[in-house]
Design a protein around this ligand. Structure first.
Ligand SMILES: Nc1ncnc2c1ncn2[C@@H]1O[C@H](COP(=O)(O)OP(=O)(O)OP(=O)(O)O)[C@@H](O)[C@H]1O
Length: 299
């Protein structure tokens, strides 16, 4: 796998400069003294299942406060990357670190929004219980009823627009309503790294905006690093600092302006892919036609 485009912000693109200011990552990227520990670091990482190599030689850092979108066709290994960072999937090669330590399961500094799965109708929990499960018990002394906990949960429920169904059994809620609760749950622990697997799936346009800007506010307020897997980049295009694009064992990483181009994506897919900017929205033509060739690459 080759990642030709390494992160090199500050090429004079005003949008890039704004992104750096928002995320406060300028010093980190230029090797100044104030360089923080990367929130996420992959070094020579590879993942192979049997004879199939999903990706290899993946090296990149995500800085605190950075918003990285991960794109790629079905089966390109996006969810597997998240599983590695959650410590649920071991690498075949290389290392994966969260804040300087090997990725491990149960890390309270990592928030996770899983790919959507409808909860069982009989799940014996209310919405607010689900959110409460995301609180770090050590910090909040879970078990004690505290006003601070209630206020925290109420604030999160309000932020995702879930107050009106917070006391309903979760299994009875729609997919989008459950998804908003999962996002509140993932944010409840004030994570320093937030891993989101298709968090906008099944949300209507209004709630896509609500959820994206909530995640972004959290990123800014707490300098949270966000790794955001999505098939649809447009809802977060104005928020992302960089894009990691995986296709058939290859990848590119860079700013949206670097990665989301006809030239870069055609090279990555190995066939003609066109990127059009239509009123600020990116329309990609040809990628879905071509990805089938690449899903099995490396086998
Ligand atoms: N534990 C495993 N053992 C064998 N194969 C696996 C395992 N986990 C994932 N795979 C395979 O790896 C490939 C990539 O899966 P992954 O879920 O990471 O892709 P993805 O890019 O997230 O796809 P999608 O966009 O469809 O969600 C799939 O073909 C999947 O079947």
């Amino acid at each position: 796998m080759s990642g030709l485009s390494t992160w090199a912000p500050g090429h004079g693109d005003p949008q890039d400069d704004a992104r750096e200011r928002r995320s406060g990552v300028r010093n980190a990227s230029r090797g100044d003294d104030a360089r923080p520990e990367p929130a996420i670091k992959l070094d020579g990482a590879g993942l192979t299942f049997g004879r199939r190599t999903l990706w290899h030689d993946v090296s990149f850092d995500v800085q605190p406060g950075e918003f990285l979108a991960v794109l790629g066709p079905n089966g390109s290994g996006k969810t597997s990357l998240i599983k590695v960072l959650l410590g649920k999937q071991g690498l075949s090669a290389g290392t994966a670190e969260i804040a300087g330590r090997p990725a491990r399961s149960g890390n309270p500094n990592v928030g996770y929004v899983p790919q959507q799965k409808q909860l069982d109708f009989h799940t014996p929990l209310r919405g607010r219980d689900l959110v409460r499960m995301g609180l770090d018990g050590h910090r909040w002394g879970i078990g004690r009823r505290s006003r601070a906990i209630t206020a925290k949960i109420d604030g999160l429920l309000d932020a995702v627009g879930a107050t009106s169904f917070a006391d309903a059994p979760v299994g009875m809620l729609s997919g989008g309503e459950q998804q908003r609760l999962r996002i509140a749950q993932a944010l409840a622990g004030d994570p320093s790294v937030l891993l989101c697997d298709e968090p906008l799936l099944s949300l209507d346009l209004h709630h896509q905006r609500v959820v994206s800007s909530l995640i972004d506010r959290e990123r800014i307020a707490r300098n949270t690093a966000v790794l955001f897997v999505t098939h649809e980049v447009n809802p977060v295009l104005g928020l992302v600092d960089r894009i990691l694009y995986l296709v058939g064992g290859r990848f590119r990483i860079g700013t949206p302006a670097e990665v989301m181009t006809t030239e870069t994506l055609s090279e990555l897919y190995g066939s003609k892919v066109e990127v059009f900017n239509v009123g600020g929205r990116l329309v990609i033509v040809g990628a879905e036609d071509n990805h089938a060739h690449h899903v099995g690459a490396g086998e």
